[in-house]
Design a binder for this molecule. Sequence first.
Ligand SMILES: [Zn+2]
Length: 72
Amino acid sequence: MPTYVFRCEDCQTVFERFISFADMANQPTILCPQCASQRLQRVWTAPLVLTARERSTAGSNGGSGCACGTCN
Ligand SMILES: [Zn+2]
């Protein structure tokens, strides 16, 4: 079940909500647990694992990369 992170635009409270796809289709009314405001903004949490793994494979064997200047 996906977890959505919201931030209240009124009191800046950040909170998580579990919302199933079925519930999302019904457009549920989500209220700030702090001030009961409906002015909420979705916060996208990015996974941090991807960038480190891409960097380790990018350096070596990157195609025709001879640096001697005589061969291409
Ligand atoms: Zn609030």
